[in-house]
Design a protein around this ligand. Sequence first.
Ligand SMILES: *Cc1c(COP(=O)(O)O)cnc(C)c1O
Length: 432
Amino acid sequence: MKLALNGGEKYRSHPFPAYNTIGIEEEESVLRVLRSGKLSTYLGTWHDDFYGGPEVRALESEWCEYFGVKHAISVNSATSGLYAAVGACGISPGDEVIVSAYTMSASATAALIYGAIPVFADIEEDYYCLDVKSIESKITLKTKAIIIVDLFGQPYDRDMINSLAKKHNLYVIEDAAQAPGAMLNGKFAGTLGDIGIYSLNYHKHIHSGEGGIIVTDDDTLAHKLRLIRNHAEAVLSAKGITDKSELINMVGFNYRMTEIEAAIARCQLKKLPDLLTQRLANTLYLNEKLAQIPCILPTQVRDGAKHAFYVHPLQFDKSVALMHRNRFIDAVKAELPPTLLREESTVLLSYGYVKPLYLQPLYQERIAFGRDGYPFNLSDVTYPKGLCPITEDMHYNRLVTHEFMRPGMSQSDMDDVVSAFKKVWENRKELL
Ligand SMILES: *Cc1c(COP(=O)(O)O)cnc(C)c1O
């Protein structure tokens, strides 16, 4: 059978079903808000409405209950949530923050926003979260925090990393944007560090178009997070805050979520458990079937963890396939159709993930704010190629990710995916 990459017929050409979690519940809740006329009631002055309107507050208390956490603070994106978290931890210009290079760019820019220097540590070969030994090797007297990412939905190595952080008096900020509902030993991802951040953007498990939630059990951090969200500087005197140490990083923003987004997010949170159950069942099915392809290695899940599978990571074994990963994956992609509602992106299968962050021009040129290279000019940290060898090897040679396990995919849709992989494997001589 001739491969589609070489001009043969595609294994499947009609599109895969859409992943669309928006239904009648969201429609009704949006109408409820619209009819109330109150699309946001936030005030950026010291007033009862400083903490937002009824939908925002209901979402926050429902989020607390679901995730078993003391404070939930809604914001307009996870990016805003990460920025507020770094601010609330009192991070100062020139401080160092250890981050993963294998993540969405905002996990690292959160440090830069406060003039701190991102220091990139390497990832675990099997789980793709920050590796505790690599973190340890990057700690200096200037290190103040670790921003850890539950990458692809896998909870980070909490016991090892939290005790390392405790030993060096570091904050742990957990970017759980990809891991809502993931768990480690019965505790939710997002609640494993000092502050956790979830995303509600369109591409995440559940969404309100845009949005984010910050969670913490720490009253002081929660207080600062709420101030930073809503023009902190404008309310400090009315709140009677005059102590100089309490003014640190209290330059506020407008990170507020609207009532419509909050109303949608409330419906979405109710759907999370079922969506996760389906996603896990689909992933299990695909993981088992795809592992029958000799050059594909299945996902590993950390002991005691429930993975949330934002994407399903697999590894490619070049020594078995006798060709580079990209060649093989390009051939599989050519066999398969796009997914409805995501027609603009190609087939939901990719090699690598994002380019290691330190290879972006921002870090290579060491230019962030202004003409003089602030804040990099405060530091001699550098970002050479080869800095995180495992991250680079995953990205350029080994990692394969796909989203064919999203709820809405039927068993026969998934069987087509598996058959496309098999077709390429069986006809691999055409690619050599
Ligand atoms: C999506 C994502 C973000 C950013 O989320 P937004 O809500 O779009 O700002 C941050 N970190 C990770 C790991 C993400 O996947």
